[in-house]
Design a protein around this ligand. Structure first.
Ligand code: UD1
Ligand code: CA
Length: 520
């Protein structure tokens, strides 16, 4: 095939031709497309879950790959699927509804995968096409941007991201000609002993001229050790056509490392976490112990927040500034506003108000909304519960389906009994009301603003404004009961001793609270 049949790149042209063709030169760094390959099986994960759906830092491997691809701002983004096709495709549709899902047919290999994606993209697609992998999660959009810049600057038809590895085993090796120009890639299984000694490897990430890629793939066969249609063969074909092929060497090896097994999953997960934490520390967040702190990719954290050891921030969690977090706290999809303090707490889908105080040992379940300067204390569980400004639930409480007003105080050991075994019901406690310790409030119930519930009450009737509800058995003190029924015990002896001591002092000195006085 003549070089003239290969339009679209300057690499094939002499310097004098450049001026003539200048107007067609790619002037935008925006790629025409990014194709993410994710059809492979990933058997070494030994998992019922497809490899690319395993998560690190709160996103699947594929989610990270798509985020980097989308960050390059392509006109089209395609993901190639095959293994567990429906699950992977559904995930792609969820994380990036605009992505094109391309099914790879029974022809194996990275070249065929790329071709299947191209077949779904516009047939007149021109410009730069990037190819990336769904199992390379630390690659950044910035690196793809650098790749495109280098690709354009060198006027190449193909630019491949390469890395130099001490142990290149398993990777495709970069072949260079006598001038040091990239001549092609040979796979491990097809390489000679001499080629296997090459330490510059193919990362599998490339920039291609779209037209060159399409035409070259049509020529690629499967006559190789694996019987696959290799994408890597495109480089030698482009070279044969007199087009320029370049390598873009990346020093940050993490960005080109793929996940093949769970050991690598943990390794790359830890490194990604380290990078995320470093980013936040540079933004003014104190992380006391980065080794025991895990922050997902989509979390945001304000300045002067201090994170104590053993803290995990997951999902879409957002943390304000000046927040004290941890130790030993896990928050998933939680909003923590400025100046709040959250200690030894497990929370999900909750909002913690400005200056609020939570824990130690609190469990905030979905639908919890804590107002400004409110307080949730030790051994408190909340679910679908709102607390107004300055409201307090300091100790040993379950609050489910409750609306607790501003300045209200819920005594130690209060239970909001919201479930009758069939249905759940709400409870309202009005502003500045006071529920005494160890009460049970049987929902649906309204305790009006400015009211009291006596300690130990089982509240089954609504309480009006200004009322004190006392809902417990009256106390009776039965004189002489110990002497009559426990004679000869140490208890009886203690009673006798106390009685004779009391008799020795004036009876009027004896404190004696009348029965029924509320002790809320
Ligand atoms: C490929 C490269 C090799 C490179 C290595 C880097 C080829 C022929 N070889 O190796 O030079 O050093 O990547 O990791 O390209 N995939 C598909 N469809 C397929 C096969 C693979 O979508 O039919 C996807 C996989 O899901 C994976 C990626 O392509 O995301 C790479 O596949 P993998 O089998 O790991 O790479 P190799 O072919 O071994
Ligand atoms: Ca392989």
């Amino acid at each position: 095939m003549a070089a003239a049949a290969w339009p679209g790149t300057l690499g094939a042209l002499s310097a004098s031709d450049v001026d003539l063709l200048e107007p067609t030169r790619v002037t935008t760094s925006r790629p025409a497309a990014v194709i993410v390959l994710a059809a492979g099986e990933g058997t070494r994960m030994k998992s019922a879950t497809p490899k690319v759906l395993h998560p690190i830092a709160g996103r699947t491997l594929l989610g990270h790959a798509i985020a980097a691809a989308r960050g390059a701002d392509p006109a089209h983004l395609a993901v190639v699927v095959r293994h567990e096709r429906d699950r992977v495709a559904a995930h792609v549709a969820e994380v990036d509804p605009a992505a094109v899902i391309a099914d790879q047919d029974e022809v194996p290999g990275t070249g065929r995968a790329t071709e299947c994606a191209l077949d779904l993209l516009p047939s007149d697609l021109e410009g730069t096409v990037l190819v990336t992998y769904g199992d390379v999660p630390l690659l950044t959009a910035a690196t793809l941007h650098d790749l495109i810049e280098a690709h354009h600057a060198s006027g190449s038809a193909v630019t491949v991201i390469t890395a130099t590895l001490e142990d290149p085993h398993g990777y495709g090796r970069i072949l260079r000609d006598e001038h040091g120009e990239v001549a092609g890639i040979v796979e491990q299984k097809d390489a000679t002993a001499e080629q296997r000694a090459i330490t510059e490897i193919n990362s599998g990430l490339y920039a291609f001229d779209a037209t060159v890629l399409r035409k070259a793939l049509a020529e690629v066969g499967t006559d190789n050790a694996q019987g696959e249609k290799y994408l890597t063969d495109v480089l030698a074909i482009a070279r044969r056509e007199g087009l320029k092929v370049s390598a873009h060497l990346v020093a940050d090896l993490w960005q080109t490392e793929g996940v093949n097994d769970r050991v690598q999953l943990a390794r790359l997960g830890a490194e990604l976490n380290r990078r995320i934490l470093e980013g936040w520390m540079r933004e003014g967040v104190t992380v006391v112990d980065p080794a025991s702190t895990w922050v997902d990719a989509d979390v945001t954290i304000g300045r002067d927040t201090v994170i104590q050891p053993g803290t995990q921030l997951k999902g879409a969690t957002t943390i304000g500034s000046g927040v004290m977090l941890g130790p030993d706290t896990t928050l998933e999809d939680v909003e923590v506003r400025d100046g709040a303090s959250v200690v030894r707490t497990h929370g999900s889908l909750a909002v913690i108000g400005e200056g609020a105080s939570v824990g130690p040992f609190a469990y905030l379940r979905p639908g919890t909304e804590l107002g400004t300067k409110s307080k949730i204390g030790t051994f408190v569980e909340t679910k679908n519960t709102t607390i107004g400004e300055g409201g307090k639930v300091p100790h040993l409480t379950y609050a489910g389906d409750a609306t607790i007003g501003a300045g209200a105080n819920i005594g130690a050991g209060t239970i909001f009994a919201n479930y009758d075994g069939v249905n759940k019901y709400p409870t309202v406690v009005g502003d500045h009301s006071f529920v005494g310790s160890n009460s049970v409030i049987v929902a649906p119930r309204t305790i009006a603003p400015g009211s009291y519930v006596a300690a130990g009450s089982a509240v089954t009737v609504d309480v009006g404004p200004g009322e004190l509800a006392v809902a417990r058995g009256r106390q009776r003190n039965i004189a002489g009961w110990v002497a009559r029924t426990r004679a000869g015990t140490r208890t009886a002896a203690a009673a006798e001793a106390a009685a004779s001591e009391a008799a020795a002092t004036s009876p009027t000195d004896r404190p004696d609270a009348p029965e029924g006085t509320p002790a809320p």
